[in-house]
Design a protein around this ligand. Structure first.
Ligand SMILES: [Zn+2]
Ligand SMILES: [Zn+2]
Length: 455
């Protein structure tokens, strides 16, 4: 998600020489000192949440989708592979949640006949005994209901991975300007979506899933709610790009297509991402002349399209490209040399530069580059608290913030902070910030406009 290097190769004017500026007032309560990583759950989210891809990659010792598919299809896995059958896989996934949410005891550390038992309401947290459960309830009660959804979603997500849940697709039947949020999006997809969800709920894959996981199958309305949340989670990223294109007034009728850079991209954006996954961005702009979406980051998944060719882009199509490396290196080697078109929009999903000095140091050259080249930029954060902290940093850097707020296309799938299950779950891309250039450039532009206008 974040560039790792501390090098600052981008030739930038030192901050201290920037002319004095009028800083955009930010009407938010800002934390006095920098918020800790743990408070924000940023690293917890990144490193510890056993979201499916993390579990696949690490806990299950799985290297590729092909390996996984082989086992699911009944083939013989390579030696050292993490599991032998779907039941074992789900068991292993569940094991990563098995610790007492109150005293943190692990199964191996329990005395005598004690066993970990899950909370009956959410089935998502475990306790070593009634005392721990009772003591934990005041904290757990505030999140129990939401964690109930987490426990269902993390199993249902498997159907997206296996391709048994295919997202509804095809051009939007409604004028795109009508579709401003999930409510209107769901109304627009209406009957088509209901048919898709009913088919998934009645599928053989759904039956196999619930017989493999060792817990009763929930009611159809619970399954439907989960599929809808997963859908928002998958489509949140392309639609958030669209939000940026709309709000920042990006030209989509440009000959040769428009270019979007997704920077600080990691396996989250690229592992299991399929070529059609960003089609929704295209449907948002009927008549567009092509979008080239380039994922740039040191953790771009291996196997994700590495082509950086600028082969011509067909009107109406979306090209997804990966580039493994740091953004400012990519900029110098590919953009400055003219091999790749200048971005029309840059997007960073959860850059997290507010969460610790190391990440800030790593992001600084990129943020200054985007500011100084006046690249329309959109970043997303997980929570209101992160929004406040990130805004403060961008204001301090004199960026000209054009908009910020709650993302109408946020993921609706709650994310548990794994290391502390009683922390309020958060949502991917919950808030956005857009900026364009610096506030002093803006002052200069306004002055020039006035001069041009003869004032
Ligand atoms: Zn305990
Ligand atoms: Zn509970």
């Amino acid at each position: 998600m974040a560039p790792r290097s501390r090098r600052q190769r981008h030739r930038k004017p030192p901050l201290s020489v920037a002319p004095p500026t009028v800083v955009t007032p930010v009407p938010l309560t800002l934390p006095k000192s920098g918020p800790s990583i743990d408070t924000l759950g940023f690293f917890s989210l990144e490193k510890n949440v056993p979201g499916l891809s993390q579990v696949i990659l690490q806990k299950l010792n799985m290297k590729s989708y092909e390996e996984y598919k082989l086992v699911i299809d009944g083939g013989t896995p390579v030696s050292g592979f993490g599991f032998q059958c779907p039941q074992e896989m789900f068991q292993r996934m569940e094991d990563t949640f098995r610790f007492c949410a109150h005293c943190r005891a692990l199964p191996s550390g329990l005395s005598g006949s004690k066993v970990l038992r899950h909370c009956k309401r959410c089935r998502n947290v475990y306790y070593c005994g009634p005392e721990c459960q009772r003591s934990d309830w005041p904290a757990h009660r505030t999140v129990c209901q939401e964690l109930r959804l987490v426990a269902v979603d993390r199993l249902m997500e498997w159907l997206l991975v296996t391709g048994d849940f295919v997202l509804p697709s095809g051009p939007w039947p409604w004028p795109p300007e009508v579709v401003q949020d999930w409510d209107t999006w769901f109304s627009m997809r209406g009957l088509q979506l209901d048919a898709t969800l009913d088919a998934v709920i009645g599928s053989h894959a759904m039956t196999t899933l619930w017989t493999s996981v060792g817990r009763p199958r929930p009611d159809p309305d619970v399954l439907q709610g989960s599929l809808k949340r997963l859908l928002t989670d998958a489509l949140s990223r392309p639609l958030t790009l669209g939000l940026g294109v709309r709000a920042l007034g990006i030209e989509v009728g440009k000959i040769g297509g428009s270019t979007v850079h997704v920077i600080g991209a990691s396996h989250v954006e690229t592992f299991l991402t399929r070529p059609g996954d960003y089609n929704e961005l295209g449907y948002m702009f009927p008549g567009h002349l092509g979008f080239r979406v380039i994922m740039v980051g040191v953790d771009v998944a291996t196997g994700f399209s590495q082509s950086t060719s600028t082969s011509s882009l067909e009107p109406g199509t979306i090209q997804l490209i990966g580039h493994r490396g740091l953004y400012h290196d990519f900029w110098e080697e590919q953009v400055e040399t003219g091999q790749i078109a200048h971005p029309d929009l840059v997007v960073a999903f959860h850059p997290g530069f507010h969460s610790c000095p190391d990440l800030m140091e790593a992001w600084l050259p990129t943020l200054l580059l985007l500011r100084d080249y006046e690249i329309p930029t959109l970043i997303t954060v997980y929570s209101h608290q992160e929004l406040a902290a990130s805004l403060q940093i961008l204001v301090d850097l004199d960026t000209h913030i054009t908009a910020y707020g709650a993302n109408p296309f946020t993921s609706l799938k709650p994310e548990q902070v794994y290391s502390n299950p009683n922390k309020q779950p958060v949502y991917c891309c919950a808030y956005y910030i857009m900026f364009l250039g610096s506030s002093w450039q803006l002052d200069k532009r306004q002055l020039e406009d006035k001069v041009d206008g003869g004032v």
